[in-house]
Design a protein around this ligand. Structure first.
Ligand SMILES: [Cu+2]
Length: 472
């Protein structure tokens, strides 16, 4: 055989071998129906080592649900909740996607999966009228954590009403094993009434266009993962959060108060960053963050665009149970007095500058409103409604209305440990408010005059007496 023939024979053999090996790993073997979960649950990790045909069944549905305490909203959903069902597949899988639009829907919907390489990410093949189903197929070419959303016109309105979720395409070799995985998705809502305005709130197109969100939330409503509904973990657990941002408009500065992310899969892709405090998650984007819990505490999830966290709802919790570890964090070990220039400065904080006392109830209420709007509303919220699981309500609060001295003491001395307000337990810390007797009297009189409270009047003399009696 001539050399030429050898070479060709070799090439032919190679050409035969190469595709064969690629095909063996990539061949679709068998089929399965995808397990879908509601947030904060995540479907179990994929353990199979081959590609398969995955059948996904997802239903669009328009449902009225809670947006905040006393506030309802008609959400448009993938699977009946916001965010939509979590879908977990493996790189190389062949997906047969069935989108069903519930007969009770008022509108047609479709789905654009960012994990799809194809026209409209599937939107073009999935436009579905109420009471109909659409089927399309795609191959999961790229591993990563991807957002999906409705892309029916007006697109902003379908996304703004809750139509988004996450699909994870696990890399062929899987993700490293962790103890707990959670699904968290941020998004905003634009309502006719402002934050906390009660009743069924319609969508505001005008505010959405101006990007003036009334609510910024994790997992579809204010308090979805706080208090009793906090995510739970144990000391020593490795935790992985699949974090998405549905938008429709805002970029999230995702941060967990009290933790450092050991790893961030930046933008939900392959690049891993380490030792990260805050990670930016674009609208229509994601991140995978991982950390290990080292001590018992309540970790607070926030959008560090911080007014969103404390005034619009972008706040969640992970309760980590187990040992406190004083070496990692000691808590306060000393509370000393700091007087670089003698006692003068302290005086100033509490009492000076000398104030003109209120001459009548009207002036007391006006002064009180000013204090409330600067010192109290950030925690107790603008209508005194509080934040479930975090800050007790002042509106209609039995604690407040029952005992004036205790209310005064809470304001001037602070309050910590378990308290019951309207049957709900709070166990947190209210810092002492640095207010003069006059200001404390004004703000409490104002609070008592508002939101169905008992209209008690608090005088500076009463505040002075409680101050003199000291913290009980
Ligand atoms: Cu839609």
């Amino acid at each position: 055989m001539k050399f030429w023939n050898y070479k060709n024979a070799l090439l032919i053999v190679l050409a035969g071998l190469l595709p064969a090996t690629v095909n063996a790993a990539d061949a679709i073997k068998g089929e399965e129906v995808a397990v879908l979960t509601d947030a904060p649950e995540v479907p179990p990790p994929i353990t199979r080592k081959h590609s398969t045909k995955v059948i996904v069944n997802l239903e669009t549905k328009e449902v009225k649900m809670r947006l905040a305490d006393g506030v309802d909203y008609t959400f448009w959903t993938f699977g009946g909740k916001v965010p939509g069902k979590f879908i977990r597949i493996r790189e190389g899988d062949q997906v047969e996607f069935h989108l069903h639009n519930h007969p009770s829907s008022k509108l047609p919907h479709n789905i654009d999966l960012h994990a799809v390489t194809g026209q409209g990410g599937g939107a073009e093949g999935s436009f579905t009228a109420p009471g109909h189903s659409s089927t399309f197929n795609f191959k999961a070419l790229n591993a990563g954590l991807y957002v999906y959303h409705c892309a029916t016109a007006p697109v902003g309105m379908h996304i703004g009403n809750g139509m988004y979720g996450l699909i994870l395409v696990e890399p062929k070799d899987g993700l490293p094993k962790v103890d707990r995985e959670f699904y968290v998705m941020q998004s905003e809502f634009y309502t006719k009434g402002k934050y906390g305005a009660p009743g069924l709130q319609p969508f505001s197109m005008a505010k959405a266009v101006e990007e003036k969100a009334d609510y910024v939330v994790f997992n579809g409503n204010v308090g979805a993962i706080t208090g009793d509904k906090a995510l739970k973990a144990k000391v020593g657990d490795s935790i992985r959060l699949f974090v998405g941002n549905g938008g429709p408009n805002l970029v999230s500065s995702f941060h967990v108060i009290g933790e450092i992310f050991d790893k961030v899969y930046v933008e939900g892709g392959k690049l891993v960053n380490e030792n990260v405090q805050t990670t930016l998650i674009p609208a229509g984007g994601s991140a995978i963050v991982e950390f290990k819990t080292q001590r018992a505490s309540t970790l607070i999830l926030v959008d560090h665009s911080i007014f969103r966290a404390f005034n619009k709802g972008a706040l969640g919790m992970i309760k980590v149970e187990g040992e406190e570890n004083k070496e990692i964090y000691s808590g306060k070990t000393a509370d000393g007095i700091y007087q670089p220039e003698g006692g003068v400065i302290q005086e100033m904080g509490a009492e000076a500058p000398k104030q003109v006392p209120a001459k009548n109830l009207e002036e007391r209420l006006a002064g009180g409103k000013r204090i409330f709007d600067t010192s109290c509303f950030a925690c107790h919220q603008s209508n005194g409604q509080g934040l479930p699981g975090a800050f007790p309500p002042l509106a209609g609060s039995d604690f407040l209305n029952k005992n004036k001295d205790k209310a005064i003491s809470a304001v001037i001395h602070g309050l910590e440990g378990p308290v019951k307000v309207n049957g709900k337990e709070f166990n947190s810390v209210m810092p002492a408010q640095l207010l003069s007797d006059e200001d404390a009297a004004n703000v409490l009189t104002y609070v008592y005059s508002m939101w169905g409270n008992s209209k008690k009047v608090v005088t500076p003399e009463e505040v002075k007496a409680v101050r003199a009696a000291g913290k009980k």
